[in-house]
Design a protein around this ligand. Structure first.
Ligand SMILES: Nc1ncnc2c1ncn2[C@@H]1O[C@H](COP(=O)(O)OP(=O)(O)O)[C@@H](O)[C@H]1O
Ligand SMILES: [Mg+2]
Length: 270
């Protein structure tokens, strides 16, 4: 279970570039829950994931993961508990190392080096079995450097590595946004399978309304650094992508009205 309590983060405080990226964000995510994060560009989705992963320390608030206070824990220590996949297929893997070597690293995360670096045979078989249904040819390329793979192959591989040793939390930040639709849907299918099989607690950012309605058991919608809508249980299951699009329209209209009102007030006082 992850508890995010009153997290605040302001970038460039006190300057003209000040951005309140997260304002008092609070939410509890149950063990095994798959949460989809939606929101307009710049609404704070990546910042929230980064706060949880420890890219920076929040200005205030508290984050606990399975009752461990991780608020001030360095990023590399949290990495033992947290698996991540980013939008950019070039993040998260060592490009000059082969697929097999990358998997070895993932499979031995947190283990003592004296246990040796050889990839266990069972891990190779497990890997082959997991990637064969994707029809991406990964199972025959174990000795290829990761840098030679396509974006889709890399994202599938990064996902498998991030989940190899069951993480307490899986963070996915638009991990299919850079892929063509066919490859994206393969990676989404793999995501669904691994999350269900391992019962992973997951936070996934996406721009796709279709992914948001098809995946997960909960939706959180952010806007201006706050959680503005939330859908759980049956309400989430009944939700259609058009409902979500209507909400986005509503948010945009309200922003326009707010901007116009601010403009008018500005004029009144000038
Ligand atoms: N490292 C940073 N430095 C300054 N501003 C940032 C930084 N990271 C994010 N921001 C700003 O914080 C806001 C939220 O960004 P982000 O969380 O990346 O949005 P989203 O992922 O929802 O598109 C944006 O206005 C963005 O420009
Ligand atoms: Mg983002």
């Amino acid at each position: 279970m992850i508890e995010i309590q009153n997290i605040n983060k302001t970038f460039n405080p006190g300057t003209v570039n000040e951005v309140k990226a997260l304002c008092d964000v609070t939410c509890t995510i149950d063990e095994g829950s798959f949460v989809v994060l939606l929101g307009t560009n710049g609404s704070g989705k990546s910042t929230l994931l980064n706060a949880v992963a420890g890219n920076f320390l929040p200005d205030s608030g508290k984050i606990t993961l399975d009752a461990i206070d991780i608020t001030r824990m360095p990023e590399h220590k949290r990495a033992k508990y947290i698996g991540r996949v980013f939008q950019n297929p070039f993040s998260g893997t060592a490009p000059d190392m082969s697929i097999a070597e990358n998997i070895t690293l993932a499979a031995k995360r947190g283990l003592h080096r004296s246990l040796g670096w050889a990839l266990p045979k069972t891990a190779i078989e497990e890997f082959r079995e997991k990637v064969r249904p994707l029809n991406m040819g990964l199972e025959d390329r174990l000795d290829s450097p990761i840098g030679k793979l396509s974006g889709g192959q890399r994202q599938a591989l990064t996902l498998l590595m991030a989940t190899w040793l069951k993480p307490k939390l899986l963070l996915l930040d638009e991990h299919t946004a850079a892929l063509d639709p066919k490859t994206a849907s393969k990676v989404i299918q793999l995501t669904k399978e691994v999350v269900e099989k391992e019962k992973l607690t997951t936070m996934m950012v996406t721009h796709s309304m279709q992914q948001a309605v098809n995946l997960g058991d909960r939706i959180l919608m952010l806007h201006n650094g706050r959680i503005v809508y939330e859908f759980n249980g049956q309400e989430k299951q009944r939700l259609k992508s058009n409902d979500l699009l209507a909400l986005f329209d509503q948010i945009r209209r309200k922003d326009q009205i707010d901007a116009t009102t601010a403009d008018m007030i500005g004029h009144l006082y000038i």
